[in-house]
Design a protein around this ligand. Structure first.
Ligand SMILES: [Ca+2]
Ligand SMILES: [Ca+2]
Ligand SMILES: [Ca+2]
Length: 266
């Protein structure tokens, strides 16, 4: 083998190698569009797609390049549907506060005698429907001076009247009494103080005080009985009882002979 042939062979190999390196047909991604649907070939010149690119050349000898397209990207996973936002708790509208308490306060200037001041047999609320409920509970804020007061039992004003007969107007069981047997245990003499009651009970249910209702204070006197003194008192209502009892009540009436105070302006 002569030297000249060796040089020639070497040169040829080098040329082949260089050509191979620059030959897009040898691209590792090279592929056949006839076989592989992901194979796409384009002309090197203008990037136009072609489908007859084989080993880097088209049938009419244009340089071309084939490569495998990225397989279809995995379909994007459905975005996890956002959980419905936790529905905001229905802002429960705050229960409108209800008036529940009635205060009857003695307005007698100088209470005296065995049953000093206003003499309360019972207190009721007459609803617009006509239903009447009698005071069921005493509030501990009630304040009565028992000194010299023979009718100091606060419980005597709870429940239905037992001094005053609502139908006959008799008091202590005597028609048009001119005295009769006054039973001091059946009513409460306020003696310049006040009582606070409400009307809700198992029997009455939940009783609130609303405009249009009436508060009836059964005060033992000429208005109810045709005998004895009518003694002055005020009627007030409240939503709640605060430390400042007087401040939390709203006056709705003054006992001035009717003893029934219409509720309005709440
Ligand atoms: Ca009295
Ligand atoms: Ca009574
Ligand atoms: Ca009286």
């Amino acid at each position: 083998m002569n030297t000249r042939y060796l040089i020639l062979a070497f040169s040829f190999s080098l040329l082949t190698l260089m050509t191979a390196c620059g030959d897009p047909g040898l691209d590792p991604d090279d592929c056949d569009p006839e076989v592989d649907e992901n194979c796409e070939c384009t002309l090197d010149d203008d990037g136009a797609e072609t489908d007859d690119c084989v080993d880097g050349l088209t049938q009419d000898d244009q340089d071309c390049t084939c490569s495998i397209l990225d397989p279809d990207p995995a379909p994007e996973a459905d975005p996890t549907p956002e959980a419905d936002p936790t529905p905001e708790a229905d802002p429960t509208p705050p229960e409108p506060e209800s008036f529940r308490f009635v205060m009857v306060e003695d307005l007698t200037a100088n209470p005296r005698g065995d049953s000093p001041g206003a003499d309360i047999d019972a207190i009721s609320i007459i609803k617009i429907s006509g239903d009447e409920f009698f005071a069921a509970n005493l509030q501990p804020e009630s304040s009565i001076d028992c000194e010299g007061n023979l009718s100091c039992d606060l419980n005597a004003l709870l429940g239905a009247p037992d001094v005053i007969d609502q139908e006959s107007g008799e008091c202590f069981g005597v028609a048009n009494p001119t005295g009769g047997d006054v039973d001091g245990d059946l009513f409460t003499a306020l003696n310049g103080g006040f009582v606070i009651v409400d009307f809700s009970s198992e029997e009455n249910g939940d009783v609130s005080i609303e405009n249009g209702d009436q508060i009836h204070v059964f005060e033992v006197g000429s208005t109810e009985c045709g005998a004895f003194d009518d003694d002055p008192f005020s009627v007030s209502v409240a939503i709640a009882i605060s430390d400042d009892v007087e401040g939390s009540f709203q006056e709705i009436g003054v006992g001035d002979g009717s003893n029934i105070a219409p509720v309005s302006g709440l």
